[in-house]
Design a protein around this ligand. Sequence first.
Ligand SMILES: Nc1ncnc2c1ncn2[C@@H]1O[C@H](COP(=O)(O)OP(=O)(O)OP(=O)(O)O)[C@@H](O)[C@H]1O
Ligand SMILES: [Mg+2]
Length: 396
Amino acid sequence: MKTVETKSIAASIASNATRLSEALNSHMRNSFQPDSRKTLRKFHPAEVSELTGISLSNLRTRHQDGDFPEVETDSRGRRLYSAEDIDQIREVMARTGRNGDSYRPGRRENDPLQIISIVNFKGGSSKTTSAIHLAQRYALRGYRVLAVDMDPQASLTTMFGYRPEIEFAESGTIYDALKYENPVPLSQVIRKTYFHNLDLAPAGLLLSEYETETAYALQHKVDPPFTQRLAIALDEVEANYDLVIIDCPPQLGFTTMTALLASTGLLITVVPSMLDVASMAQFLEMAGETVEALEDAAGPIDWNFLKFLIARYEPTDVPQSQMAGFLRSILLDQVLTTPMLKSTAISDAGMTQQTIYELDPSHVVKKTLVRILESVNGVADEFEKTIQTAWGRETD
Ligand SMILES: Nc1ncnc2c1ncn2[C@@H]1O[C@H](COP(=O)(O)OP(=O)(O)OP(=O)(O)O)[C@@H](O)[C@H]1O
Ligand SMILES: [Mg+2]
């Protein structure tokens, strides 16, 4: 009797999975038009001005003078810029503008690649949302960005329009570059994305093998150890990027430790609620102990920065704002001043695997979009200063 029951439950789980998967497939097809990959929308002059720091009047004058490439116009004759156009404009400004270097925000000679892990073992603490928004914002700001999905759940990969359980079921993920037997060069798994300046090292369920394989490799002293595997993989492609943004899984296992140990800086996202903060305290304690043990074995680990981001924040929620104040009073200036606000623009857009940068502005209530753009851009701009400081540059 018992086996029959187990069998039928197992069968029902499998059939649920099939039905869900089919429904998701059709949902994705409807959201992205049949068989087409995602594409990036065009940007209005005000957005170009905000992204580049060129004033609107200067933008107009430079076009009139023929300094900038001609761009598409909409039905009302307004200019519309692709992300590539924006980069070309930046290039012209860097060569001819007054403060040319300010239009080249990325690495300069001898600047090391910045590798940033977005981490916390609390599930749903906005890691993936922060990772993709930061990656896209920095790509639009003119940095060359590699997004690395280190979570077998592959939410970040899905946000880029992939179906990991179908497209990367056998191979093609970061796991291929990290595995202990016949790893491939990272360049073989990196995908260009529809987003200019933004590449992706995808994840998939196979990545979960890395946890068990690492335990085995440690026992059998397989080299190089997990502490170096991502850093070594990244070495191959480091010249192609300014920033690497790693989305970590909600556990403190070998996969997360692999990401942390390849990183130059950490960003911990935290929703300011009692339970989340308590969980983060535990995470910090465990991470601290693990890192100390690894340092004893392998020497000091040198991060350039550790920052905390208050995520999914509702300023009108009194307990939340008290908890945010509490975090600031203890963690001081390690907490980014700008919080990432909770917004229906983010959760709604997430339903169709879009970010607030991909949304068609005409499909969202203007006030809602302005408010969340201000918040996310504010977070990204503030964190950008941390990155610039790590390169030894002055920020105001
Ligand atoms: N600022 C926000 N406003 C509204 N919804 C948000 C916000 N940030 C995240 N969310 C929503 O919360 C959910 C969890 O976010 P996300 O997937 O980014 O968390 P996570 O930390 O990556 O989760 P996991 O631990 O499972 O990897 C998602 O549905 C996302 O759309
Ligand atoms: Mg996630």
